[in-house]
Design a protein around this ligand. Structure first.
Ligand code: SF4
Ligand code: SF4
Length: 357
């Protein structure tokens, strides 16, 4: 950062360099802020006259990728679980396997085989296999725990990057950060595209990330609408294919099929010099969890009116439960910390222009 601060050649590429130029010294919190502001487009490696084989050995994307991964563990809540980030690919795989096995054995142990392998249709069909209250309690607790752990993590991050806890960001900065995150504004190498396997920029990573991100949001929206249907309208799942929760879930599921597959393909081609190779398992594990959530969800939708519904429901619930409880301990946190870093950046810019305090 000190070399870059003298050079400043890359200041038009993304938010990292202007944010860096506002500083002379770099605390751990500053570095974690810059690391999470970086979108890993790779442009500053390709453009840098001091990158290897130059003796300065400047490699901003890889350095910030390593700092970013270390920041996830540093802010994990509770701290005792920060070790889950160390061998994250293995940890997530084991948790997912245990969760799926628990649901399959639970279904096999507690449900009459005739009911488990029977054909159930119409409202309330799923709840013949697992009572709605049990499902809502189990997943509600897992989801609330994930939200609590994520809030505690981002609170520590927010404080460490120089923002007092309790001071709320202004609406203008929150909105600006939401736009920047929603557009992936800084994943474009300053306008030319993202560098992946060579020095020819493309928009492929941005497109696949959009499909994944918006697919995830649509699936989340489907779950929220389904919950409102249940509690406000008294309408029980499963819903017909044309109903809002199914339409949202299907569109989201398709996004979560194509996006993660594309991201995995891009990752397999990515120039190793740009990435934190020690932690590539973390990225792949999260992408695979999203893909499995979509595959099992769409399979359940397709075969929900057959005798395969019971085993498919167990499989899908096992994957979703594992996804929920691992959200605070995997790559998902990058979205939360990046958004907080973008808010901080928007605030700094506004303060520089005299629009706030
Ligand atoms: S990455 Fe290289 S070219 Fe870009 S600002 Fe840093 S030292 Fe300069
Ligand atoms: S990799 Fe891209 S986003 Fe990250 S610092 Fe370099 S230019 Fe900025």
């Amino acid at each position: 950062m000190t070399v870059c601060n003298s050079c400043r050649y890359c200041e038009g590429l993304c938010a990292v360099f202007p944010a860096m130029e506002m500083r002379r010294a770099f605390s751990d919190g500053d570095l974690n802020y810059l690391a999470n502001l970086c979108h890993a487009c790779g442009a500053c490696y390709t453009d840098c006259q001091f990158s290897p084989p130059h003796e300065y050995n400047v490699n901003v994307p890889q350095t910030l990728a390593i700092a970013r991964a270390e920041s996830y563990a540093a802010y994990a809540w509770p701290r005792a679980l920060s070790g889950l980030f160390a061998r994250n690919g293995i940890a997530i795989s084991v948790i997912a396997a245990l969760s799926v096995a628990a649901f399959i054995f639970g279904f096999a142990a507690f449900i009459d085989p005739e009911v488990l392998h029977g054909v159930h249709t119409g409202p309330g069909a799923f709840y013949k296999l697992m009572p709605h209250n049990a499902m809502a309690a189990l997943f509600g607790v897992a989801f609330l725990y994930a939200i609590l752990a994520l809030i505690m993590g981002v609170r520590a991050f927010w404080r460490d990057i120089g923002e007092p806890v309790g001071r709320h960001a202004d609406a203008g900065s929150l909105f600006q950060a939401m736009r920047d995150a929603g557009e992936l504004r800084y994943l474009d190498g300053g306008g030319v595209g993202c560098f992946n396997e060579d020095d020819r920029p493309t928009d492929r990573r941005k497109v696949f990330h959009h499909l994944t991100f918006y697919g995830f949001l649509l699936c989340f929206a489907a779950t929220c609408v389904g919950t409102l249907y249940h509690y406000l309208l008294g309408r029980e799942a499963p819903y017909p294919w044309w109903d809002l929760p199914v339409v949202l879930g299907t569109l989201g599921g398709i996004g979560l099929l194509i996006g993660p597959l594309g991201l995995l393909a891009e990752k397999s081609k990515r120039d190793p010099v740009l990435v934190d190779q020690a932690r590539s398992g973390m990225d792949k594990a999260f992408i695979l969890m999203l893909f499995l959530t979509a595959v099992t969800g769409l399979a359940l939708l397709l075969w929900r009116e057959t005798s395969a519904m019971g085993p498919l429901l167990a499989l899908h619930l096992g994957v979703v439960f594992a996804l929920f409880i691992t959200l605070p301990y995997g790559k998902f946190v990058h979205g939360i910390y990046r958004y907080a870093a973008l808010v901080r950046y928007a605030r700094e810019r506004r303060m520089m222009m005299g629009h706030g305090s």
